[in-house]
Design a protein around this ligand. Structure first.
Ligand SMILES: [Zn+2]
Length: 84
């Protein structure tokens, strides 16, 4: 089933490239429909007593520093998500 309207603001959804994957995304706000389920994973990358931090590319918290993470793709093993 294709998502036609944004569940956050009611705006019209379109299909566009989000980080290399076609996704349904709102034309009026930053909402992205990641799928019928959303499982997030995060990783702590430690090297020589330093921790890797990245800046969030998406809302909520776009621009804030955090540990690397994201949503798994359907049927993707969690280990592959962490590497990706
Ligand atoms: Zn919206």
């Amino acid at each position: 089933m294709e998502i036609n309207y944004c569940s956050a603001c009611g705006g019209k959804m379109e299909t566009r490239d989000v980080d290399g994957t076609p996704r349904r995304a709102c034309t009026q706000c930053s909402f992205v429909h990641w799928g019928n389920y959303s499982i997030g994973v995060g990783a702590l990358v430690v090297k020589e007593d330093k921790v890797l931090l990245v800046r969030r590319a998406q809302d909520p918290g776009k621009g804030y520093w955090t540990n690397p993470g994201g949503y798994i793709e359907q049927l993707e093993p969690i280990e592959e998500t962490i590497v990706r």
